[in-house]
Design a protein around this ligand. Sequence first.
Ligand code: SF4
Length: 746
Amino acid sequence: MTDEHASGKGSVQRHWVSLIPFGLHQQHPNNYKDILDAVWENRDSLGYAYRILRDGCCDGCSLGTTGMHDWTMKDLHLCWVRLQLLRLNTMPAMNWHRLEDVAPLRAMNGKALRKLGRLCVPMIRHRGDRGFRRVSWEEAIRLIVERLRATDPHRLGWFLTARGVTNEAYYAHQKVARFIGTNHVDTSARVCHAPSTVALKETVGCSATTCSYEDWIGADLLVFVGANPANNQPVTLKYLYYAKKAGTKIVLVNPFVEPGMERYWIPSVAESALFGTKLADDFFHIHVGGDIPFLYGVLKHLIEQGWLDRAFIAARTIGWEDLASKVRAMPWESLERGAGVTRSDMSRFAQTFGKARHAIIVWSMGVTQHRYGTDNVKAIVNLQLARGNVGRPHTGLMPIRGHSGVQGGAEMGAMPSAYSMDYPVSDQNAALLAMPEFWGFQPPSWKGLGAAHMILAAERGEIDALWQSGGNFLETLPEPDRVRRAFGNIGLRVHQDIVVSSTMLEDPADLVVLLPSRTRYEQRGGGTETSTERRIIFSPEIPGPRPGEARDEWEIPVLVARQLDPERAAKIFPWRDTRDIRQEIERVCPTYKGIAALHKKGDQVQYGGPRLLADRFGTQDGKGRFTPIDLPEETIPAGRFFLSTRRGKQFNSMVGAEVDPLIGAARDAVLMATEDAGRLKLDAGDYVTLRNELGEYRGRIVIERVKPGSVQVYWPEANAVIPAGRLDPCGIPDYNATVEIISASG
Ligand code: SF4
């Protein structure tokens, strides 16, 4: 790739993939078909669907839009993810009688359950009942309150999903949870970017992306580590197209050569739609979990060559000497063995990186979903600090988020360790929030549990009540049988949601309550989300149908608080709509200054401005911290393969297509390197069983450019062979495992 680009420099065609129009001869997504599918799927509500697209802020990933535009480019901003999610917003109410018997529903997959329609009435199911029974809101709330009164708050968990939920709803939920007395509050950010939040906070003093998307365009270098935005944040490819035009080099570090990041046919850019665009200039094929040794190897070269920003290191950081002496002492053999690439590969990266005037590193779950995910992120920070790549234009640290609510959820305090991003959980902050001008009640200051730990605690019988707003632990957490066992110990489960999920259908230990919720577009007074680049974006209420008795997402927990303690709740939750909540957020969360003024389409405020940390870091002494992390020990027993997971055409665990359009593989694919398939005498299409101590997974071999010694399989299907209890210190499960491979032919 590199040579081709060098030789073609200056010509328009140098980024073209092929002269065959529309890449008709190659495997890639057909975005035009996605548009037609969306039109067909939403044919009963086209006007409403169009208004959502035209005026709403996308509820898919966290790039963030206003209608079908953004703040990075003038072009259309729309992708298949948003089109696929659209139906969740436009579907009519379901026939709730279907829930009166759960047995037939249990045979349905997630997609079929969602297609039943929107949840529209509150329902309850007691232990031993065949199915759910319709109840009034009053009765549902009364039953919940009755049980919560009898529950020790240390045994109450509160979980919120990250798709579509607005900042106002996160804020309301976590405040109610703390009003009731628990700090076991979390969002699905726990299983994606919790390591980024922790590592960035500890090293640079802020947990958010330090730059803006517009910094990509014109940067000397953009590095993607363990990320596949082609699938998860599709419109980024358009940003990459403009970055290429501006001369930006793109480098990938990953155990799989992701074809969508290598080249793409961007449907709304005529040149790219016709001839495709080569995106990646270079690729580094590391082992699964080889990030730290690779990044250390690069750092070792930077030190040896003197490609460091010494002035920046001296003026703005601490800990360099400790790190540098650790790196100098590291033998190349162990770095090469751990990284899976050679010293000269690392040198090639170091040359590009060390000579770039500015570079941005973007990472995602290939980096975070390890038991050493936090250390992985710290290794990235080490590299960027060594080159002074923070705070200047076209430099930065970017943990790219996959869901529209991930950033805001944590910042609004829907996490065990903070009441809001400005107030970490502590006795001092609890006392501060107790003052009348803040919350007017003292929240708990004990250490709460993250999502995965809550379920492990439930398995031990330590959780009596669990509120879940969206989410689907049965599909998202490893070892579903253990999740099922955990649910068997939880007396009260409240599921607040917009559609039916498989988790809701699990038998109650005592009582399960379903509460129908509205989407962000239905919420009175609209709502806000915070994008990856820290932009707080207003999404207006969109006129259209409303399903049955569904209520605003923020309002439902508040109904519980008002019934639980009417007198105090009247003062503590005086909100009439989301505007009132935004006013309170502005008061209680100084970083979100400006949120109260957001009230119409297009309104937004990017907290901190385009770039953070330009003059000082967010740590107490204002210095960035180098971290001399240890090399992770990954031993693969003889005869085993390293298994990691990938996403196809899906959003979180919601699978939208049986074939991954980027590589043409079915959901049961076991991606394997040519060398390994040859050694095991396997051909494409052969059935194999992946087996370890936890269970088995059956799939079919697809020969792909994965790192030899490893296989990739689709998630969440592979959860049965992924261990539940192996967590990074921040609480994210390690979504990798070792497996033996048994050919079906013996
Ligand atoms: S890239 Fe993300 S924000 Fe943009 S339209 Fe797609 S899902 Fe929505």
